[in-house]
Write a protein that binds this ligand. Structure first.
Ligand code: ATP
Ligand code: MG
Length: 467
């Protein structure tokens, strides 16, 4: 059992997949955060540069004619890491300039005032993608500080910006890895505790139960939790209890059925011997014997029928059908004869089945069915009455209606009419209709009570003709 679960590879295991998914989702979230944040970093970096330039250019304010020495200019440019700083005024005054001695070429010009964010993102990625551009000088224009207003223009090497952006990106990547691993571990731990482990416990138990449902040592003990998993556990425990009980009951019933079957078998043999004796008894010419013998014979007949019916119903193996084609009209006549109705003036059985009506079925079994339904009718009629058997052929099936004009089936019996051992009366076993229904169903047909009231009862058999 444990082997089956162990067979789940890392790729298939729920916990491993959850771990991978969590890492992926955190990474995606971090990328979404990184894009605007790198653009923001670049903007801040440039604004910082402009702020430094604003301070550096203030030196010129204090100098006579706004001119400082070459040495101070170089020092200011080196310390602010710029090639040039220039301040332009709005009112047409001459610009103030700090400029490197050696000549340089500006490669790109930007104005950081009012840049849309899409452009800002694009510029940031351009800087990162072309990070190895040599001597790529950027000229950036921003607002000048101070009371005179105007703008400030700085020229610097892009590599400085690129370098700082790379450090920032590396930090973000490291942070992302740490956060995603940490989150994934937390999610993994909580999910495996809340979900995976209990599901595994349920699965283990279900497999164990399937292998040995009667083993009480493998009884599932639900955890004390209120959530959906707790509900599943409680239901599983309840279901296992029910199934176990049902299996036990079935097992006991099967054993009991086997024992009854054996007893019945022996009993039937004993009764057969008793029947032989009873047949002899009825020939003895003694008035007392003549009076008692018929009751004795009847009792033995009933006992034999009970044995046979119980044996047939309790037989675990379904009896094979011995199917052959025969005349149905004649079969009904046989039933009439067996019930002694030919000699009976008071109970009439009218056989309305077509005289040439053939059917392909098990002769003996069908005889049993008709015999039982007709005997029930005879018993219900009592003194005088009529039984009618009609047969209508339609769509390669025959509908046989067996009607009598007795007082109908009592309501209480009707409820369980086809249930075994529930309806027996007048010395019957209550198995006749249950067995009849089984036989007809085995033939692919149906047996139902069509109607039963004070004017009489009609049973309907529908059978495929199979000719
Ligand atoms: N035509 C009928 N009219 C009135 N009651 C009927 C009729 N057919 C059946 N019943 C009632 O239904 C009950 C069940 O019939 P069923 O044939 O299943 O058992 P049974 O005749 O009592 O016993 P068994 O047939 O096993 O000897 C009968 O006991 C009887 O009370
Ligand atoms: Mg009967």
């Amino acid at each position: 059992m444990a082997g089956i679960l162990k067979k789940l590879s890392i790729k298939e295991s729920l916990s491993a997949r959850l771990l991978l998914f969590t890492i992926c989702f955190v990474l995606i979230a971090e990328v979404l955060i990184y894009v605007p944040s790198i653009a923001n970093f670049r903007e801040n970096w440039i604004e910082q540069k402009i702020a430094e330039a604003n301070i550096a250019i203030l030196v010129l304010e204090a100098a006579p004619d706004y001119i400082v020495s070459r040495m101070l200019t170089d020092e200011l440019l080196i310390s602010t890491e710029n090639y040039s700083i220039m301040r332009r005024f709005d009112d047409g005054m001459d610009p103030q300039v700090l400029r490197a001695m050696e000549p340089y070429n500006v490669s790109a010009r930007f104005d950081i005032r009012n840049v849309p964010w899409t452009e800002s993102v694009r510029d940031a990625f351009e800087t990162l993608i072309f990070m190895n551009r040599e001597n790529y000088l950027m000229e950036v224009t921003g607002n000048a500080s101070g009371e005179y207003g105007g703008e400030i223009v700085v020229v610097f090497d892009e590599i400085l910006l690129c370098h700082d952006m790379l450090i920032y990106s590396r930090n973000i990547v490291l942070l992302t890895i740490v956060i995603s691993l940490f989150t994934a571990m937390l999610v993994y731990y909580s999910l495996s505790n809340l979900l995976v482990r209990p599901v595994q416990k349920i699965t283990d138990n279900m497999i164990a139960f399937r292998h040995a449902p009667e083993d009480l040592t493998k009884k599932f003990i639900p955890e004390d939790r209120e959530d959906e998993i707790g509900l599943v556990m409680q239901e599983l425990a309840r279901m296992q209890d029910d199934v176990r009980k049902a299996l036990n009951q079935k097992d006991h019933l099967a054993k009991l059925g086997g024992a009854i079957s054996n007893i019945n078998h022996d009993l039937r043999n004993m009764l057969s011997s008793a029947q032989l004796v009873s047949d002899h008894l009825s020939t003895i010419d003694d008035p007392v014997v003549q009076q008692l013998a018929p009751r004795f014979v009847k009792a033995i007949d009933r006992a034999i029928r009970l044995c046979e019916n119980t044996l047939q119903y309790g037989g675990s193996e379904v009896e094979e059908l011995n199917v052959k084609t025969f005349n149905l009209h004649n079969l009904v006549d046989d039933v009439t004869t067996s019930l002694g109705l030919y000699e009976n003036e008071n109970i009439k059985l009218q056989n309305n089945i077509a005289t040439e009506q053939k059917i392909k079925a098990d002769n003996d079994q069908l005889f049993r069915v008709l015999m039982n339904i007709c005997r029930n009718a005879v018993q219900a009629i009592g003194e005088t009455g009529n039984i009618t058997i009609n047969g209508i052929v339609e769509n390669s099936q025959i509908t046989v209606d067996i009607s009598d004009d007795a007082l109908g089936i009592p309501e209480k019996i009707k409820e369980n009419l086809f249930q075994p051992f529930k309806t027996g009366s007048r010395g019957g076993t209550g198995l006749g209709l249950a067995i009849s229904k089984e036989i007809i169903t085995a033939h692919g047909g149906t047996l139902d009570l069509l109607k039963s009231d004070a004017s009489g009862t009609t049973f309907r058999i529908i059978l495929p003709l199979n000719n």
